[in-house]
Design a protein around this ligand. Structure first.
Ligand SMILES: Cc1cc2nc3c(=O)[nH]c(=O)nc-3n(C[C@H](O)[C@H](O)[C@H](O)COP(=O)(O)OP(=O)(O)OC[C@H]3O[C@@H](n4cnc5c(N)ncnc54)[C@H](O)[C@@H]3O)c2cc1C
Length: 525
């Protein structure tokens, strides 16, 4: 059933008999998150013992909250900041089939990635995840041997797609293009000495933060209490001491099982965890900086075998260019910064294939994220991206590592462990079959720009703009004020930063953020 239908008369009771004035879900609860619901549910969790407490609401924690709630367990899920505040919003947005892991012989990791990509594309989030074409330009730097090896790799990736039963209509196979065709697809390429290009396809999510919001709201639709601005100060096997970051009040949350899904911050709550984070930086180029193209690019990194920079056009017209992989030491910052050396490196790699080089002044924004990698030997670029589920002597279940693509599987494994550890009454995970909020069972109406980001809810967002002309006004590239209103009413945004930096991504370019701030503040008032 599509989620977009407005709740007029609910066929199933609201939790605790309260009316949310929100959107319905197959889970029987409203999927709307907002300040009023947070206040009410924060008070409720202080008075009850939940089956599962999930700490951290990135993709992994939101996934665990959904997994547990959909199995019928009572759930409280808390985040110190906001949905998708951590690494989950700093990804490259690839929902990938694990080609890179295949190249390293990590067949199991690649197969898991390919399977989860298929789940997202075909079943759970077809509105947010779709096929993205990438072009690998065959410049003199790419030897014929390397090109042949890359094509063989893409074909293996296609075989993994077939093994995962993802239909080819959702993810076409690779092909080789001549130079003229490559230049038509990516007009900014340097034409000199271009032998042609390899075209391959992989999955991509329209916006990683929106994926997290959709997972968290789906969890709320199954009755999970999703509480942002609620920081775990101390974790135990039977709950946590937490602080409401808005009031400063401390509360005790009692739980039968506890899942620590705090990613790169996991060791702050369970010191037995040892992480070796690595920083990945992206550049953000404003609309028009590169000649328009919807095609992404794999740009070979000079001197590195099998490593590529990624050029990823965004729906808002911006283009993201990533990404670095640098080990980092010391305390984990709330928001990592991209050092100038990363910016120079990425520009050099990009310019190696462009006809007109991009200068530093044309970089509109940058962002960096920290990969929550488990400590191991070797370079961080070589550490396995497989996830781990660890249980502390006290009984805290930590789920760590992995990637955005495999969030669902990570969540399932963590909840399986928690269920077994505490002998909770719950069946197997149903999440591979559960559509996320916004997934539609049929054709979706509404402006394409909204459909791309809101799926079946696009019409409801558009209706806000039609009812109030002020909400039809643009507030950033490709974003209208109605999206801010929607974020505050239904997507759990509690302040202007939530709207600018996570419900929309206007904030990725500082000047756009500044210009949109008054509209975001108005939406929150
Ligand atoms: C640069 C980069 C690019 C990447 N690209 C891709 C990609 O293209 N595809 C892909 O599949 N994967 C990618 N990944 C990997 C992927 O982004 C991460 O593995 C994934 O997002 C981790 O999600 P998480 O939920 O485990 O952690 P996070 O998203 O970091 O979530 C942890 C949450 O815990 C909260 N928290 C912390 N401490 C506390 C506390 N005390 N109490 C309550 N809450 C707390 C934080 O606020 C945060 O919201 C990339 C990673 C990086 C760094």
């Amino acid at each position: 059933m599509p989620y977009a239908r407005r709740r007029r008369a609910s066929s199933r009771p609201e939790p605790n008999g309260s009316g949310y004035n929100g959107l319905s879900s197959p889970g029987g609860h409203s999927t709307s998150l907002n300040a009023a619901r947070r206040t009410r549910e924060l008070a409720e969790v202080a008075e009850t013992t939940v089956d599962v407490l999930v700490v951290g609401l990135g993709a992994t924690g939101a996934g665990a909250a959904l997994d547990a709630a959909a199995r019928g367990l009572s759930v409280a899920a808390i985040d110190a900041n906001d949905l998708a505040f951590g690494t989950s919003r700093w990804s490259s947005k690839m929902i990938h089939g694990g080609l890179r892991y295949l190249a390293r012989g990590q067949v199991g990791v690649a197969a898991e990635s390919a399977a989860e990509r298929g789940v997202l594309l075909a079943r759970t989030a077809p509105h947010l995840v779709r096929a993205q074409p990438y072009l690998l330009p065959l410049t003199p730097r790419v030897s014929r041997r390397t090109a042949a090896a890359m094509m063989a790799g893409y074909r293996m990736g296609d075989a993994m797609r077939a093994a995962a039963r993802t239909p080819r209509r959702l993810l076409p196979g690779p092909s080789r293009l001549d130079a003229a065709h490559a230049l038509r697809l990516v007009p900014g390429l340097a034409p000199d000495d271009l032998r042609g290009a390899l075209l391959s396809w992989d999955g991509r999510v329209v916006d990683d933060a929106r994926l997290v919001v959709a997972i968290a709201r789906t969890a709320a639709g199954y009755g999970a209490r999703v509480l942002t601005r609620c920081r775990a100060i101390e974790l135990r096997g039977d709950g946590a001491v937490a602080r409401d970051e808005l009031s400063g009040r401390l509360l005790t949350i009692r739980a039968r099982a506890v899942i620590n899904a705090t990613g790169v911050w996991a060791a702050t709550l369970d010191p037995s965890i040892s992480l070796r984070p690595s920083r990945g930086t992206h550049l953000v180029l404003g609309p028009g900086t590169l000649p328009h193209s919807r095609i992404g690019m794999h740009v070979p990194i000079p001197g590195e075998r099998g490593r590529f920079a990624l050029v990823l056009p965004q729906p808002d017209g911006r283009v993201h260019v990533g990404l670095t992989d640098e080990p980092v030491e010391g305390p984990v910052p709330d928001v990592p910064e991209a050092p100038e050396s990363d910016v120079t490196f990425l520009l050099d790699v990009l310019n190696s294939v462009l006809a007109e080089p991009i200068g530093r002044s044309q970089v509109a924004g940058t962002y960096a994220g920290l990969r929550p990698l488990l400590a191991g030997d070797g370079r961080t670029a070589d550490l396995s991206r497989r996830h781990a589920v660890l249980t502390s002597p006290e009984g805290i279940v930590t789920v760590i590592g992995g990637k955005l693509t495999t969030y669902r599987r990570m969540a399932e494994d963590a909840v399986d462990r928690a269920v077994a550890l505490r002998s909770l009454q719950a069946g197997p995970s149903p999440t591979a079959r559960l559509s996320l909020v916004g997934a539609a069972s049929g054709a979706v109406r509404g402006p394409w720009r909204l459909v791309e980001r809101y799926g079946a809810e696009a019409q409801a967002v558009q209706a806000l703009a039609e009812a109030d002309p002020a909400l039809a006004e643009p507030v950033g590239p490709g974003v209208i004020a109605a999206e801010f209103a929607w974020g505050a009413r239904h997507e759990g945004a509690l302040d202007a930063a939530d709207l600018l930096d996570r419900r929309t991504r206007v904030g990725l370019v500082p000047s756009d953020r500044e210009a949109a701030l008054p509209a975001a503040l108005a939406a929150m008032s």
